[in-house]
Design a binder for this molecule. Structure first.
Ligand SMILES: [Mg+2]
Length: 510
């Protein structure tokens, strides 16, 4: 029996697969904290070699455990240098410092700057500096952070120095000790370096890696994914061989059956690279000899061997590719990212461990940001009104003073009416000024609330008010891409084209 063509009920609806496809929901986006963010477009398909730093890049340290360890070691050494015993019993607030702070060694201050090196906030010890103090010390003249008076905090490893410094300045000031702020900071730096050199810190980490290092189960598959599309990998670390071997064995040893040892993941391994000197000087590349003295390296470099030191020029020649085919992944803005960018053509990926927290705070502030923008618009239109009424008052005043009718085109009014108009407009001006004050007060409340969502002392890591922070600016200038951890690359194709957002200038936002 044939179907009646006029009877729609009897005709089965033919569904094209494309309809089904289109009706599906959109593919989920990669969650923001796990995304790779792009400043300068990067095609992974053009990358032949991917290099990795180790500490705070492949190895994610537990910041609090590391800070406690470093502070204990430093304080013990400071007491041996004659500092009062009380510095052992005080609290060294590890939640105080962030990256990107500037130490003013002369005054014992810790400062945060925006992208123009303009100081916005600061602490003396743990006391917040007033805006008057900041203005007097830092605003009259442009500060020069690269001079010996200042020290820039640009690694996570250096955060413990700041916690230590602020707590000691605070405690010694409170007890009335005479304190040389510059010398105290230098002493802390020396003691912490000594604790690294003499093994106090590294031995403690190696003896209890699970306590100090967070293992990332996605790290091995990420490196494997790069390798599986034909990319070659190298490790370039400042750490020495014994520490590197222990750490990498902990991170990657036995992670995937295809790789009997961590060393199988890498085509070239360089330890004790002394970055940033690696990028700037012609140090000789040596080969590590187990149980003996290192010997000069022979070329070509061989997989399975371990190299020591070296320099950018010889290294690039050994890899046999142009610098722009190398992507280097590191955490240190100066040693890894800025130097490789300034001194070579290497593409850079910066690991910013704090980014997950920063993005969470940014998401939590979304409502505040919207309100802030609305307030901006309100303020702009109130200022337009204010300007209009103020010029109107001037005009009326001029007319009244001259005792003459309004200028051509305006409605001529007798003086009493002009006066009444002027009083009415003056009242309107007062009302507008009141609304502006209210908008500004609300803006300040929102700003304070947003800052607290980021960090109790310093607000956002990457921003300062509306501007980028000096740290955020460096990230933008020197990191082609940035992300919170190496394994975030696992979510992308190894041939991914990371596109930078279009630069927008102020006049284009109108
Ligand atoms: Mg590092």
């Amino acid at each position: 029996m044939s179907a009646d063509p006029t009877n729609r009920e009897s005709q089965p609806q033919l569904l094209l697969p494309i309809d089904d496809f289109l009706s599906r929901e959109r593919a989920p986006k990669i969650p923001a904290p796990s995304r790779v963010f792009c400043n300068r477009s990067l095609k992974l398909s053009n990358i032949a070699w991917v290099g990795f730093d180790m500490d705070y890049t492949l190895a994610i340290y537990d910041q609090e455990a590391m800070d406690d360890l470093s502070i204990r070691a430093t304080v013990d050494k400071l007491v041996l240098r004659g500092y009062p015993e009380l510095i052992k019993s005080i609290v060294h607030p590890t939640d105080f410092p962030v990256r990107g702070l500037l130490i003013d060694k002369r005054c014992g201050h810790v400062l945060k700057m925006d992208r123009y090196k303009f100081v916005h906030r600061g602490f003396h010890g743990l006391r917040e500096l007033s805006q008057e103090e900041i203005k007097e010390l830092y605003h009259a003249k442009k500060i020069r952070p690269a001079t010996p008076r200042y020290h820039f905090i640009d690694t996570l490893y250096a955060l413990s120095e700041v916690a230590c410094y602020a707590a000691i300045v605070d405690a010694m000031d409170a007890k009335g000790y005479a304190i040389d702020y510059a010398k105290t900071f230098t002493d802390i730096r020396e003691c912490i370096d000594e604790a690294h050199r003499d093994g106090t810190i590294l031995d403690a980490v190696m003896s209890d890696l699970p306590r100090y290092v967070k293992k990332d189960p996605s790290l091995a598959p990420t490196l494997h994914k790069f390798r599986s599309t034909g990319k070659k990998l190298f490790l370039l670390t400042n750490s020495r061989w014994a520490y590197t071997d222990a750490m990498m064995t902990y991170l990657l040893g036995g992670a995937m059956s295809e790789y009997p040892s961590w060393r199988n993941f890498f085509d070239v391994v360089v330890v004790a690279a002394t970055k940033p000197a690696f990028f700037q000087e012609r140090r000789v590349l040596l080969e590590h000899v187990e149980g003996g003295a290192a010997k000069p390296a022979t070329f070509p470099l061989e997989r399975g061997r371990v190299y020591v030191g070296g320099n950018l020029v010889d290294f690039e020649r050994a890899l046999g590719v142009g610098g722009d085919e190398i992507l280097y992944v590191g955490d240190h803005i100066y040693g890894d990212i800025l130097r490789s960018k300034k001194d070579s053509a290497w593409r850079t990926a910066m690991i910013i461990q704090e980014l997950e927290r920063e993005i969470d705070a940014h998401e939590a502030c979304r409502g505040d940001h919207e309100r802030f923008e609305a307030l901006d618009e309100t303020r702009a239109s109130l200022e337009d009104e204010l300007r209009f009424y103020q010029s109107r008052v001037k005009e009326l005043t001029r007319l009244l003073d001259a005792k003459q009718p309004a200028s051509a085109g305006a409605m001529p009014l007798p003086p009493p009416a002009l006066e009444a108009e002027r009083v009415r407009i003056k009242r309107a001006i007062e009302r507008i000024r009141g609304l502006l004050r209210e908008a500004e007060a609300e803006g300040r409340i929102i700003e304070r609330r947003s800052n607290l969502r980021f960090h109790p002392y310093w607000g956002s890591l990457m921003k300062e008010g509306r501007e980028q922070s000096s740290f955020g600016k460096q990230v933008e200038d020197y990191a082609c891409v940035y992300t919170s951890r190496v394994s975030n690359f696992l979510r992308y194709s190894p041939q991914q084209y990371f596109r930078s957002p279009r630069d927008v200038m102020a006049h284009e936002t109108e």
